[in-house]
Design a protein around this ligand. Structure first.
Ligand code: FES
Length: 165
């Protein structure tokens, strides 16, 4: 026959309380850790009518796009450069250097994007042509659609870089 001493009873009660406490804390732990496992939220943003662009003349614009970080849907300002290529294609370049993510700017005199951090250089299409950048400027995923009422070309941007480039 099993003898249940007072000490044993206190130990079992403590173990039971600990098990219940652990089970009750699982949802809270899951809630706290879930942002670590959540994919970024990608969303399309209507930027507006595509402005007139001159071939190979990058035009800066400010995008208001959600950061895409977990639950944060607050739009943040991001500088982008619109570029019309001679074949009619439109690029939406980020101003983020592919080396260590410093902000680049376009110098109209040199006709190049310059990175102030380590002297990275990019041509008007965002191709890396000098310095340490290992790859071209990232581009925003975008699409162009005609507005059925005004006939204008509307630019939409996704809060994500185009990984295929
Ligand atoms: S961060 Fe641009 S060259 Fe290093």
């Amino acid at each position: 026959m099993l003898r249940l001493t007072r000490r044993r009873m206190v130990q079992l009660t403590g173990l039971g309380a600990a098990a219940i406490g652990l089970m009750l804390s699982i949802p809270a732990i899951g809630f706290l850790l879930s942002p670590l496992f959540q994919k970024t939220r990608e969303t399309w943003v209507r930027v507006g009518a595509l402005p007139d662009l001159t071939v190979d003349q990058p035009k800066p614009i400010t995008l208001k796009v959600p950061s895409g970080e977990a639950y944060d849907t607050t739009p943040v300002d991001r500088i982008a450069y619109l570029v019309r290529k001679s074949d009619g294609a439109t690029l939406v370049l980020t101003n983020t250097c592919s080396h260590m993510q410093c902000d680049v700017h376009f110098d109209p005199t040199l006709q190049q994007f310059l990175c102030p951090c380590h002297g990275g250089l990019y041509d008007v299409h965002g191709n890396n042509i000098g310095g340490p950048p290992p790859s071209p400027l990232p581009q925003w995923v975008h699409r162009l659609e005609p507005d059925p009422q005004t006939g204008q070309t509307i630019l939409f941007v996704k809060n994500a870089y185009d990984e295929s480039i």
